[in-house]
Design a protein around this ligand. Sequence first.
Ligand code: FES
Length: 148
Amino acid sequence: MLRMTINGQPFETDAQPDTPLLWVLREHLGLTGTKFGCGAGMCGACTVHIDGEATFACQISLAEVTDAKITTIEGLSETGDHPLQKAWIAEQTPQCGYCQSGQIMRAAALLANNPTPSRDEITEWMQTNICRCGTYPRIIRAIERAAT
Ligand code: FES
C-alpha cells in the first residue's frame, strides 16, 4: 500500500508503484483540474505541488511521492480565493483555459519562494508551461497583480 497526503487528506492506494501520479489524481480521485496535455513533461498542464515544489504529475510515479504532501489546483485554497486565482479573474487571463490550472500552480510555487518577483524572474520561471492560446502577457500581469 502506498500512502501520501493529497490536498490535506490522507490517501492510500494499492495501484502499481510506477503509475503516474496524474493518472491517480484524475481517474481515481476525480481531481480533474490537473490536466493531461502532452504526457511527456513538455507542456506543464499537469503541474502540481509535491512538498511545495512545482512538479509535472505526468512524470512522477506513485512510488516517488510516497509520504509526500501533494497539492492540486483544487487544494490551493479552500474557497478559490488564492491571490493568484483572484488575479487570474481580474486579468481575465484564460482563453480556452486548458493550461491555466498548471500555470497557476507553477506561479504559486514561485510566489511562495519569491513574493515579489521581477518581470524577468516571472518570465523565466514560467517558461516550463505552454499556453497554445498565447495568454502569456495576461499570465504575467496576473502574477504581478497577485504579487503586489
Ligand atoms: Fe505533464 Fe504535459 S501533461 S507536462
